[in-house]
Design a protein around this ligand. Structure first.
Ligand code: SF4
Length: 483
């Protein structure tokens, strides 16, 4: 490893004059021809030149903006010197998933958003692309900078949910020598990484690269196992687990409460994405057929999932795929970079409109949406201006498929059945924010079932924190409180 650069080693003024660009992407027509990754491949020379633009800010705003506190300047210092393995190792010290976060983080809202170049209205250092580049390099070269299993401690930990928080915690705990069993309702590990994020953003091979490592660490995996269906938290206690981590996510699609929302051709976002992007062999039988989208697809919502759905609809062959959002672009949540890609690919956007009903054809298949136009009023509790229907503005548009991307809710009913857990009014599990400890000793929770729908990187950070707390708990002889 190199020493940290001092101010003499980096001429900031000179570096700030270096030209830069965002991560190169494949042309839209190529992207639309399949489900391959949207990014173009980059060379080591490109990565070194991009890393060389980092001015090694003493205040490290990017580190502070990264939920994992990745040591970005130090990693980029190694990358610019061609020391890719060391760069990967530095990212790996704080992140269990640099190849994944580098791809799916909304960098413009996090590390890259505070880069001095971005502050000047210029392309920031493409931190996410460089992080993923370094992590991919290490995998390609067959090098491993991942945790290895320690001497067995004899303590047993059950992790329920094999998404980003659960996988992260499993890896850390197994690396500390604990016997970890990972349960998940889907047939494979990955959670939303495999079943929720389209492969043009995150290829399944990258997720599997991670999950295959779990068995090498000796983690036992029990899939197709949903808590509540023959598996209960108290059952896990009876089976002798010393601690339990609940990392079941927030996977209930928010419903659209208008007449006709149960028609054929109306999909919740997750089943729509899963049936399209996932290898049928990795799916339960009822989800294996691809949706027939027809000519016109309407996506209701405005966040990242809406962008995933509209881009998926275009790849499925729809002529016209439109996002309908009840506010304006200025209030849209989600990653602006994804929106830009969606626009490049031909997605349409209709602002200030909300559905009030869906209409069927003679076969019960959706054929049209009734919409009302909106205007913005005062800010609501979310801080965004509230959409208000404009009287007399109702109109109808044709739609062969409607996809609901209205956000996700935690499974409040499921959580309510676990004895001794305090919850928030919306069903999220209440925890100690520093440890992830719930109100029942020995049961911890991390990820979206605590945070609500959040970023992958937040779930990873949460999983890391909970794993450290569980390690301390079981290492001190703690066991789950029985009820
Ligand atoms: Fe940026 Fe996300 Fe990587 Fe942190 S984890 S450095 S926020 S891309």
């Amino acid at each position: 490893m190199l020493p940290r650069p001092n101010s003499k080693a980096v001429n900031r003024k000179e570096r700030l004059d270096l030209p830069g660009s965002g991560p190169p992407r494949r042309p839209p027509a190529d992207r639309l021809a399949g489900f391959g990754e949207s990014w173009a491949a980059v060379s080591l020379e490109w990565a070194q030149a991009a890393a060389r633009r980092c001015i090694q800010c003493p205040a490290e705003p990017c580190v502070r903006a990264c939920p994992l506190g990745n040591d970005i300047p130090f990693a980029l210092w190694h990358l610019e010197h061609g020391l890719v393995d060391d760069a990967a190792l530095i990212f790996r010290r704080t992140s269990s998933m640099p190849d994944i976060c580098g791809r799916v983080c909304p960098q413009t809202e996090l590390c890259e958003g505070v880069c001095p170049y971005a502050k000047q209205g210029r392309p920031p250092v493409p931190i996410g692309r460089l992080e993923a580049y370094a992590a991919d390099w290490v995998s390609r070269e067959g090098l491993s900078v991942r945790a290895t299993a320690a001497r067995p401690t004899g303590r047993r930990i059950a992790i329920v949910g094999a998404g980003p928080a659960g996988i992260t915690a499993a890896e850390l705990l197994a690396g500390s020598g604990h016997a970890v069993t990972l349960f998940d309702a889907w047939p494979e590990a990955g959670g939303l990484l495999l079943y929720g994020i389209p492969r043009f953003k995150l290829s399944p091979e990258i997720v599997r690269r991670k999950t295959q490592h779990l068995s090498r660490l000796g983690i036992r995996c029990q899939f197709d196992t949903k808590l509540g269906n023959g598996l209960s938290v108290d059952g896990l206690v009876d089976h002798g687990f010393d601690a339990i981590l609940l990392a079941i996510g927030a996977g209930i699609g928010r419903p659209l409460d208008v007449p006709g929302s149960d028609l054929e051709g109306v999909y919740q976002a997750t089943p729509f994405l899963v049936r399209t992007n996932t290898d049928p062999a990795s799916l339960p039988p009822g989800l294996r057929a691809r949706p027939e989208v027809g000519r016109r697809v309407a996506v209701i919502g405005g966040g990242d999932t809406a962008m995933d759905c509209v881009r998926t609809a275009l790849r499925l062959g729809s002529d016209e795929a439109t996002v309908w959002y009840r506010r304006t672009e200025a209030e849209m949540p989600g990653n602006p970079r994804d929106r830009k890609l969606a626009i490049e690919e031909g997605s349409r956007f209709e602002w200030l409109a909300a559905p009030v009903g869906l209409e069927a054809d003679e076969n019960g298949q959706v054929r049209a949406m009734r919409l009302v136009r909106m205007q913005l009023g005062e800010a609501d509790a979310s801080g965004r201006r509230r959409p208000i229907p404009i009287p007399g503005s109702e109109h109808t548009v044709e739609a062969d498929t409607v996809v609901l991307a209205l956000g996700y809710l935690p499974d409040a009913d499921f959580v309510a059945r676990i004895a001794g857990l305090d919850t928030e009014p919306d069903g999220r599990i209440r925890v100690d924010p520093l440890t992830g400890a719930t109100s029942r000793p020995g049961i911890f929770a991390a990820g979206d079932n605590v945070l609500g729908p959040a970023l992958v990187v937040d779930a990873v950070a949460h999983g890391l924190r909970a794993a450290e707390a569980i390690d301390s708990f079981v290492s001190a002889g703690g066991t789950v409180a029985t009820r």
